[in-house]
Design a protein around this ligand. Structure first.
Ligand SMILES: *[C@@H]1O[C@H](CO)[C@@H](O)[C@H](O)[C@H]1NC(C)=O
Ligand SMILES: *[C@@H]1O[C@H](CO)[C@@H](O)[C@H](O)[C@H]1NC(C)=O
Ligand SMILES: *[C@@H]1O[C@H](CO)[C@@H](O)[C@H](O)[C@H]1NC(C)=O
Ligand SMILES: *[C@@H]1O[C@H](CO)[C@@H](O)[C@H](O)[C@H]1NC(C)=O
Ligand SMILES: *[C@@H]1O[C@H](CO)[C@@H](O)[C@H](O)[C@H]1NC(C)=O
Ligand SMILES: *[C@@H]1O[C@H](CO)[C@@H](O)[C@H](O)[C@H]1NC(C)=O
Ligand SMILES: *[C@@H]1O[C@H](CO)[C@@H](O)[C@H](O)[C@H]1NC(C)=O
Ligand SMILES: *[C@@H]1O[C@H](CO)[C@@H](O)[C@H](O)[C@H]1NC(C)=O
Ligand SMILES: *[C@@H]1O[C@H](CO)[C@@H](O)[C@H](O)[C@H]1NC(C)=O
Ligand SMILES: *[C@@H]1O[C@H](CO)[C@@H](O)[C@H](O)[C@H]1NC(C)=O
Ligand SMILES: *[C@@H]1O[C@H](CO)[C@@H](O)[C@H](O)[C@H]1NC(C)=O
Ligand SMILES: *[C@@H]1O[C@H](CO)[C@@H](O)[C@H](O)[C@H]1NC(C)=O
Length: 392
């Protein structure tokens, strides 16, 4: 009798510990989204203070390419900040790790005392296409030591890039293009030396007229994309950038006083997009086309050429976009050498080719987005007749 009772008790105990009712409360909270850690109160309040420090404008008036609605308008303290638009929290720690407020119509000045800088767990911060006019880029940005992706392009930040940017040693992508920032040799050298994980660096239109191009010499070997166009760089560009093993895209265009030459060995084997339009590079086209046969886009408008040229274009079998405008080339257009199967954009304006319509530009419609250099864009607006079609 006792045995039966004990066995029954054991069975009951077994039932209790395996019962679905009992165990449900012990399940890890990840099974139930509502059990996710709530947004840390100091972070939601930092976000709200950040929002309240700025105004919100009808951004479509300023940035016609913005698709996101003005998301911060809907931030509401009565809901978990991890659910706010543009805000992403870490699933385990609950910290705000991503803030994407690109194209949000934000207007105002971000001072050093802004609560934005309290969000020290941020790994991604996108503030592009807003208007922080006259905001000096605060040294407080140096607090974001976990930052991996930082995009402040088209945002109106101004002044010197603070030295503290070199503390962001985990950065993989950095985009400061089309701001009113200035970068000088000392900051640049520290950034290059300390940001050893960088893959994409965009500094287009950042004023670097007082920075030595040599400062880029020791850029991370992880680099895949470098955009230094229209930045006022002056002097000799370091040749070893062309050795970076993973470099796919290099844009140095419209730095008239930037000179340089190509290496004789160990080219970046991944290089697919090269833009040297409007630079002082002395370009040996035969050498270039024989060496970089896998190029997809090559922009060499308004360049200094050496040697004879177009016959060798035949080696560029992967080319989709080629710009040779403003170069005073003469003779026959090298149709037979061009791979017309793949070519989408061809810019030949302002040369002395003999069998070209007076337009000077041949183009196979539709042109790829971003496929035209600045000079041919100007030409396009000057006269509609400028663009013909590739004739076969
Ligand atoms: C914002 O600007 C666009 C373009 O000017 C206009 O079409 C739209 O109605 C404006 N929206 C508001 C809410 O003012
Ligand atoms: C921005 O938000 C306001 C308020 O919700 C809304 O009326 C307006 O249409 C939004 N603007 C744009 C450009 O979407
Ligand atoms: C915030 O959310 C609460 C509850 O959903 C709602 O009653 C309130 O109107 C919201 N406030 C704003 C400013 O949207
Ligand atoms: C932040 O700093 C600015 C400029 O120094 C000042 O005008 C503003 O009052 C400060 N804001 C707060 C909340 O302390
Ligand atoms: C480089 O980054 C590390 C880690 O963020 C930082 O401690 C150090 O001060 C930085 N060095 C320079 C020269 O900025
Ligand atoms: C770049 O910065 C220098 C130094 O402040 C200034 O003199 C120059 O005008 C700036 N260049 C441009 C294009 O803004
Ligand atoms: C690049 O690195 C080398 C070796 O570490 C160093 O000697 C040189 O000064 C660095 N150059 C620049 C411009 O930082
Ligand atoms: C290039 O250098 C020359 C001579 O130093 C200077 O006059 C000119 O303004 C510079 N051009 C640009 C675009 O920086
Ligand atoms: C080219 O690269 C290879 C492999 O990285 C290296 O062994 C070789 O020394 C380099 N050649 C020169 C001339 O630097
Ligand atoms: C391609 O380049 C080679 C040299 O590497 C040259 O001999 C050949 O003529 C070029 N081919 C064409 C079609 O231009
Ligand atoms: C362009 O080429 C023609 C004919 O070869 C030459 O007379 C002219 O000086 C050249 N123009 C420039 C700007 O090099
Ligand atoms: C440089 O050329 C690339 C294509 O190689 C193009 O996408 C880019 O817009 C050009 N840069 C400028 C500043 O025009």
């Amino acid at each position: 009798m006792t045995m039966v009772f004990l066995a029954w008790l054991g069975l009951l105990f077994f039932f209790l510990i395996t019962s679905p009712f009992n165990s449900s409360s012990a399940l890890p909270s990840s099974h139930f989204p509502s059990h996710l850690p709530l947004c840390h109160p100091h972070e939601s309040s930092a976000l709200l203070h950040f929002k309240n420090s700025l105004s919100i404008i009808n951004y479509t008036t300023y940035f016609s390419d913005c698709a996101n609605p003005n998301s911060t308008v809907y931030w509401n303290m009565s809901r978990d900040c991890c659910t706010w638009s543009g805000v992403t929290c870490d699933e385990v720690s609950g910290h705000v790790v991503r803030l994407d407020l690109g194209c949000s119509g934000l207007l105002g000045i971000i001072h050093s005392n802004n609560s934005l800088f309290l969000l020290t767990h941020l790994q991604t911060l996108i503030l592009s296409h807003n208007w922080f006019y006259d905001s000096k880029l605060s040294p407080e940005f140096g607090r974001f030591s976990s930052m991996i992706h930082l995009d402040l392009s088209y945002s109106g930040f101004t002044g010197q890039l603070p030295l503290e940017f070199s503390y962001l040693s985990s950065l993989v992508t950095l985009d400061l293009s089309y701001t009113d920032l200035r970068l000088e040799t000392s900051s640049l050298k520290r950034i290059v030396a300390n940001l050893t994980s960088l893959k994409e660096l965009r500094l287009s239109d950042v004023n670097m007229s007082f920075a030595s191009p040599n400062s880029f010499m020791n850029l991370s070997t992880s680099l895949t994309s470098l955009d230094l166009s229209e930045s006022g760089l002056t002097g000799e560009f370091p040749e070893n950038i062309f050795h970076l093993p993973r470099l796919q895209k290099l844009d140095l265009s419209y730095n008239r006083n930037l000179s340089g030459s190509f290496p004789q060995y160990n080219w970046s084997s991944q290089l697919r997009n090269l833009n040297l339009s409007g630079t002082g590079f002395l370009i040996d086209l035969p050498y270039l086309t024989q060496t970089l046969k896998s190029l997809n886009t090559l922009f060499l408008g308004s360049c200094n050429f050496r040697g004879s040229y177009p016959a060798l274009l035949g080696n560029l079998t992967q080319i989709t976009s080629l710009d040779l405008s403003y170069n005073n080339f003469s003779g026959q257009i090298p149709w037979s050498f061009l791979n017309l199967e793949k070519l989408i954009h061809l810019g030949l304006a302002d040369n002395n080719f003999i069998d070209l319509e007076e337009d000077g530009v041949a183009e196979q419609a539709p042109a790829q987005e971003g496929g035209e250099g600045q000079i041919s864009k100007q030409r396009k607006t000057e006269s509609h007749g400028k663009f013909g079609r590739v004739s076969r």
